[in-house]
Ligand binder design. Structure first.
Ligand SMILES: *Cc1c(COP(=O)(O)O)cnc(C)c1O
Length: 230
C-alpha cells in the first residue's frame, strides 16, 4: 500500500483543513469540534487511497455498498482494530446479516421490512449495531429514507424490537439550499428525543454542524473527486 510521503502530506493537509472548519462551526454554536464525528466516506476509493488517512489518524470510515466494504475493509482493519465502519448507503434486507457482521453503525434504517431483517440478524449474531433512521427529508420519490410522517412509528417499532436507534440521518435534495432540511431533521430528532444527527457532506458540513450535526459524512473533500459513478 502506498503511504509515501507525498500522500501522507496530502492526507494530513486535507484532514487538518476539515478539522479546522469543524472546530470553527462547532464553536459558533457553543460546542466543541471533538464532539462532532468526522466520517470519511471511502466509497469507490481503493485501499491505496484510504491507507494514508488511516496513517495520519483518521478512524471513522463510511461505505455505501456492503459488497464493496466486504472486499476492502477486513484487510485494512487488521492492523487497526480501532477503526469504526459506518454503512451510509441503502441496505437490502437480504444483506442485513452481512451488514451486521461488518459494520459498527448503520445510517440507513428506513423501513419496517429492513427493521425486521436487522432485528433478526442482530439476534442471530448476538450483537446490537447502533442505527440511525434515514428520513426522506425532501420527500423525493427516487430517494431512500422513511417518510417524515412514518418516522415516529419506525422509531417505536425499532425500540420494541430492541434495535438501538441513536439518531436520524438525511441526504437533502441536491442543488438547493440544504439548511432548511437540516433544521427540519434536527426538529424531528428533538421531538423524538434522539441525540445524534448524521447530516452534512463535503459541500455543506459546516452548515450542518451549525444546525446540530453530530456526524458529518465527508468524501470528496478528503479524497478528491471520485472517478466514475458513485
Ligand atoms: C457519497 C456520500 C457522502 C459523501 O459525499 P461527498 O459529497 O463526496 O462528501 C455522504 N453521504 C452519503 C450517504 C453518500 O452516499
Amino acid at each position: 500500500m502506498t503511504t509515501d510521503s507525498q500522500s501522507i502530506e496530502r492526507a494530513t493537509e486535507r484532514l487538518a483543513t476539515i478539522q479546522d472548519a469543524i472546530d470553527r462551526s462547532a464553536r459558533l454554536t457553543g460546542r466543541r469540534g471533538a464532539d462532532v464525528r468526522l466520517i470519511a466516506i471511502s466509497k469507490t476509493q481503493e485501499a491505496d487511497a484510504i491507507a494514508p488517512l488511516i496513517a495520519v489518524g483518521q478512524r471513522a470510515f463510511g461505505e455505501n455498498r456492503v459488497q464493496e466494504a466486504q472486499a476492502k475493509w477486513p484487510a485494512l482493519r487488521e492492523a487497526h482494530p480501532d477503526i469504526e465502519l459506518h454503512l451510509v448507503g441503502q441496505l437490502q434486507s437480504n444483506k442485513a446479516a452481512d451488514a451486521v457482521a461488518l459494520f459498527d453503525t448503520i445510517h440507513s434504517l428506513d423501513r419496517a421490512s429492513l427493521l425486521t431483517a436487522l432485528a433478526r440478524a442482530m439476534d442471530a449474531a448476538g450483537r446490537r449495531v447502533p442505527c440511525y433512521i434515514q428520513v426522506n427529508i425532501g420527500d423525493e420519490a427516487q430517494k431512500g429514507g422513511c417518510a417524515i410522517a412514518q418516522t415516529s412509528a419506525l422509531i417505536a417499532d425499532a425500540r420494541a424490537a430492541d434495535v438501538p436507534v441513536v439518531g436520524l440521518m438525511c441526504v437533502p435534495p441536491a442543488e438547493v439550499e440544504a439548511a432548511p432540511y437540516f433544521a427540519l431533521l434536527a426538529k424531528i430528532a428533538r421531538e423524538e428525543g434522539l441525540e445524534r444527527l448524521s447530516m452534512g457532506m463535503s459541500g455543506d458540513y459546516e452548515t450542518a454542524i451549525m444546525l446540530g450535526a453530530t456526524d458529518v459524512r465527508v468524501g470528496t473533500a478528503l479524497f478528491g473527486e471520485r472517478g466514475g459513478a458513485a
